[in-house]
Design a protein around this ligand. Structure first.
Ligand SMILES: [Mn+2]
Length: 330
């Protein structure tokens, strides 16, 4: 990868910028996950501790799912469409406009000062202050280190927000990104009094019946490719209607497929709208699925990536089959 074209800001610099400004919007990516909302709300707690005005926002089509709604401070989240411009905009767990969604990107374009905190691999960052650490397990690890640099009280709520992002982005501390920094940060968060068991329950023992039915359907339909080490499945709009399932109900399918012993790479296609297919890739053998997703105009991390195709489900299935069939042995 080419040398990044932006300057890496120190935590002290960012902390100083937080102190010297007021009126903040904090926003993450579209299709928000635990790390995105955990980072948004963690930053909001941090800024309030500094006595600042903060507007946490999210690109939301549906209401937040119950797991994300359980993160402390989630009730204060404003939909990006309803947000007002503020002097400063902090982007978390995302960098580019495309990841922010139209409404949030338009809002960001109006501000006088921008900060980005992200752990995705990016080549450029136009913000005034960028802190981008692709080796960090979660963006909430960056928020945590920023809170320490800003010397705000490490409250239970702040710790719970940061722990949620860390727990979800490391697949409960099971993925390759679960490094010593992840465990060290987690230990510090636990020491702040968070209820690890309760947070875990909110995310992993909180499935809907529709989610389990969608998973069963996708398992029934599995197609094995590339000699059996790749698996593909799908959910159509009709399935969602029949099962009375929400989009969030399909998020767990990919992990169920990847959990098969011989599977190295899994792919799930979800037809969310007519002519709009959302795809997810996961790998567990080091196969770079971000590169695979990039072929479809998407991106993400080496072991977890996604993309959106504007075509029919059948067409998307053909393309995914082709990509998965041409994988080399890692
Ligand atoms: Mn993340």
């Amino acid at each position: 990868m080419a040398e990044p074209s932006f300057r890496q800001a120190s935590y002290e610099e960012i902390a100083q910028a937080l102190r010297s400004h007021d009126g903040f919007t904090v926003c993450g990516h579209v299709n928000p996950d635990g790390d995105c909302i955990g980072s948004v709300l963690g930053c909001a707690h941090l800024l309030r501790a500094l006595g600042k005005e903060v507007q946490p926002i999210a690109a939301l089509k549906d209401p937040l799912d119950p797991s994300l709604a359980s993160i402390p401070g989630a009730d204060a989240i404003v939909r990006a469409e309803d947000a007002r411009p503020t002097p400063v905009f902090i982007t978390v767990d995302a960098t580019a406009d495309e990841r922010l969604g139209e409404a949030a990107a338009a809002l960001r374009a109006q501000v006088s000062f921008q900060i980005v905190l992200d752990h995705h691999e990016v080549r450029s960052c136009a913000a005034d202050l960028c802190r981008i650490e692709p080796e960090a397990a979660s963006t909430t690890c960056l928020v945590w280190d920023l809170a320490r640099a800003a010397e705000v009280p490490l409250t239970e709520d702040l710790a719970a927000c940061c722990y949620t992002g860390l727990m979800t982005d490391t697949g409960r501390f099971q993925y390759q990104n679960a490094d010593a920094r992840a465990f060290r940060s987690a230990a510090e968060m636990v020491a702040c009094g968070i209820d690890v068991s309760l947070i875990s329950q909110e995310f992993f023992q909180n499935k809907t019946v529709a989610a389990l039915r969608a998973e069963a359907l996708a398992v029934e339909r599995m197609e094995f490719l590339n000699g059996g080490d790749a698996v593909l499945s799908w959910i159509s709009r009709e399935d969602l209607q029949r099962l009375d399932a929400r989009r969030d109900d399909c998020e767990g399918i990919i992990n169920a497929l990847r959990s098969i012993g011989r599977v190295h790479v899994a792919c799930v296609l979800k037809e969310y709208d007519e002519g709009l297919v959302r795809g997810s890739f996961r790998s567990k053998d080091g196969t770079d699925v971000a590169a695979l997703a990039a072929r479809f105009g998407g991106g993400g991390h080496k072991a977890a990536a996604g993309f959106t195709l504007e075509c029919s489900l059948d067409e998307a299935l053909c393309q995914a089959r082709e990509a998965l069939s041409s994988l080399k042995d890692a």
